[in-house]
Design a protein around this ligand. Sequence first.
Ligand code: ATP
Ligand code: MG
Length: 284
Amino acid sequence: MIDDSLRVSILSEALPYIQSFSGRKIVIKYGGSIMNDEKLKEAFFRDIALLSSVGVRPVIVHGGGPEINNWLNKLDISPKFKNGLRITDQKTMEIVEMVLMGRVNKQIVRGINKTGSLAVGISGVDGNLIQSRELGNGSHGLVGEVAKINPELLEPLIEKSYIPVISSIGSNADCISHNINADFAAGEISAAINAEKLILLTDTPGILKEKGNPNSLVKQINLKEAREFLEKNIVVNGMRPKTECCIRALAQGVRAAHIIDGRIEHSLLLEIFTNSGIGTMINA
Ligand SMILES: Nc1ncnc2c1ncn2[C@@H]1O[C@H](COP(=O)(O)OP(=O)(O)OP(=O)(O)O)[C@@H](O)[C@H]1O
Ligand SMILES: [Mg+2]
């Protein structure tokens, strides 16, 4: 436990950060890989509520990989991946929609509402928020990529201090739904709403130079170095879409992108309100 004087000095130190981010939008990707711990989830919801209370405008985009895999297994469908993206046939897509839009999205909304802040759960299909197209001519089945973000639906919500919670499903001109990697969806949304920051919460300390070695954490890199990490396959699997979407978001004007450890309680506040931060920060 910390004593009262330390508590108020920490609060006071956060003041310049609170002042500079107040009124700014921060897009947070909440990774499916960190949703299985109740205590962590509650801490995350409280962090979101705190950000919102001090005037920051959080927008959440969520994944749900492990929960989708759970349900696929129950139905004897084996999950398949290529370059960190889920190969999605028609049956898998039905489960993806049910799990993400129904179960995971509403769990997050309820968790935030419980803190006293108010969240609104939507998917990329609502208000045509995420217009999508098939990725690589159908190479991954019904996996889509973002063709365009129509952020009009988000603006009145953010304006009225509701916290949007977005499932990363998009739809194309024929109203066919696509499964979109939540990292990409978050990155494109952050660019479309001129967010100050894009923050990806996941289950590693950030980008590691050596697989599985937390001491090899990369604290800060620029766009060029991030591209080199992709070329040299230092980042693989689920870290590839993250690195790619950070690069795209930064190239479109987002000020900073962060990949942080969602397994650490209050990692979000540590990254936003302290000088050193805790994960990998990529800047333009
Ligand atoms: N260089 C690297 N540094 C750190 N992690 C890496 C690296 N290369 C690959 N990874 C992998 O990327 C994973 C994170 O991506 P993953 O898609 O599994 O999680 P998520 O995006 O948080 O969850 P979800 O996709 O369900 O939303 C890590 O657990 C790790 O295994
Ligand atoms: Mg992922």
